[in-house]
Design a protein around this ligand. Structure first.
Ligand SMILES: NC(=O)c1ccc[n+]([C@@H]2O[C@H](COP(=O)([O-])OP(=O)(O)OC[C@H]3O[C@@H](n4cnc5c(N)ncnc54)[C@H](O)[C@@H]3O)[C@@H](O)[C@H]2O)c1
Length: 421
């Protein structure tokens, strides 16, 4: 298997850049269950903004919404979503569907690698049996399992699939070696062989839980600072002069990873009889942040029903990704408190915002219509706004609310009020 045929299943934020990178070195087919996604990719359009049109058009990647196109592949890489249910339980539905699809075209000797974020045990105890059932093959004998966590960050060009350390783990040492060879060809960041599939699964889950908990701590500090009447940013600037102080920032924690993966870790903690206190406390604090921010702004507006213009809806800056954005919590709470809230986003697709949240985005930034301007996402287009432009967007005496601290360095014209965490 020196030059294996590879299939990538699920061509989203993770799967598409990976498939394009893999296709530079190996014959590769990219499969997605959504024919609309395949059609747009064939036209050279990636709505996630992760792969430039030129790279997509030049790529040797074969694209298909037909599972049969994957038959004969020697390595299957699964990158489908792993969300949570409404009550924050892991939803393995898409993963199980992908196992049924792969199982139906799986051949002897193939390796099935999961990149979707899961909790320890999912690959071997849940996906393996699901693949066996459909394929009538036996894991560890006829085909082999592997896990290689994905670490990319939407919108982060510095840490793309070809530059980061890739963790690999196979069901046997020989499978780990095969995966190290495949991934080692694709990335210049090096390969780390994890001790086992469970170790690799656990490592991914704790990487994201660690970020969640650290941000939760700083969010809690921001609540204390509010009570003290001091700026959490000033406190962080000061504490950050110590050599080992960790540079986390307060804010909303949304998206498909940091706000979701700790629930996967919590689930496996419970399965081994441990109540996960810190993990769930972090989740509670971060999930409550939208309400905290909205209540603080409401108070800064003296509780008067106001016109509020929110800049930014996506879950993070400079990406169109609206999944699990917590800006909607701020908008809902402010609306519930009687304010008239409109939302502008420089990166999001208005149709996607309407479909996901019933929010009609304001197409233009019109001067002098708002009592309060709330900078919720630090898209470049907002972070670069000069003080006179911010001032023009609000009525005289208006409030500039800076959730991200992106306008801290600006001197605002006299008469404007300012709120920040
Ligand atoms: N987005 C990130 O930055 C990131 C980073 C690290 C890890 N992850 C993990 O990677 C996995 C994928 O995340 P994503 O952000 O790429 O998701 P995504 O929603 O962007 O993409 C998933 C793709 O899979 C397709 N799909 C769904 N079910 C399928 C099925 N049964 N068969 C084939 N295709 C199917 C969807 O149509 C979609 O195109 C998740 O487990 C996530 O936690 C994501």
């Amino acid at each position: 298997m020196s030059h294996p045929r590879i299939a990538v299943i699920g061509l989203g934020y993770v799967g598409l850049p990976l498939a394009v990178a893999v296709a530079r070195y190996f014959p590769t087919v990219g499969f997605d269950i959504d024919p609309g996604r395949i059609a747009e990719l064939r036209r050279g359009e990636d709505r996630t903004g992760e792969v430039p049109a030129a790279d997509l058009r030049q790529s040797a990647l074969e694209l298909s919404a037909e599972a049969e196109a994957m038959r004969g592949a020697e390595v299957f890489i699964v990158t489908v979503p792993t969300p949570v249910t409404a009550d924050n339980q892991p939803d393995l539905g898409p993963l199980m569907a992908a196992c049924r699809t792969v199982g139906a075209v799986l051949g002897k000797g193939a390796v099935v690698v999961f990149e979707s974020t899961v909790y320890p045990g999912v690959t071997e105890d849940i996906c393996g049996p699901a693949l066996e059932q459909v394929s009538s093959l036996t894991a560890g004998r006829d085909f082999f399992l592997g896990y290689s966590p994905e670490r990319i960050n939407p919108g982060d060009r510095e840490h793309g699939v070809e530059h980061i350390v890739k963790v690999v783990a196979g069901q046997t040492p020989a499978v780990t070696d095969r995966l190290a060879q495949v991934y080692g060809t694709v990335t210049r960041g090096g390969v780390h062989r994890a001790a086992s599939i469970r170790v690799a699964e656990a490592a991914k889950a704790i990487e994201n839980a660690q970020r969640d908990i650290n941000i939760a701590f700083i969010n809690e500090v921001s609540m204390i600072c509010r009570g003290l009447g001091i700026s959490v940013h000033d406190v962080l600037d000061t504490a950050g002069t110590k050599w080992n102080f960790l540079p986390f920032k307060p804010g909303l924690v949304g998206g498909h990873c940091i706000g979701v993966d700790p629930f996967y870790l919590a689930e496996c903690a419970r399965a081994v009889g441990h109540h996960p206190e810190i993990i769930l406390a972090g989740r509670r604090i971060n999930d409550g942040m939208g309400q905290f921010v909205a209540d603080a702004i409401h108070q800064a507006l003296d509780g008067r029903p106001s016109d509020i213009l929110v800049l930014g809806l996506t879950f993070k800056e400079n990406v169109p990704d609206l999944r699990n954005t917590k800006v909607v919590d701020v908008v809902a709470r402010l609306s519930g408190l009687g304010h008239r809230v409109s939302v502008h986003d420089a990166c999001a697709d208005p149709a996607a915002a309407l479909a996901a949240y019933g929010l009609a985005l304001t197409p233009d930034l019109v001067d002098g219509r708002a009592d309060c301007l709330l900078g919720a996402v630090a898209h470049r287009a907002y972070a670069d706004l000069p003080a006179d432009r911010l001032a023009a967007l609000v009525r005289p005496g208006g409030l500039i609310a800076d959730l991200k601290g992106m306008w801290r360095g600006l001197v605002l014209p006299d008469g404007l009020r300012r709120w920040q965490l």
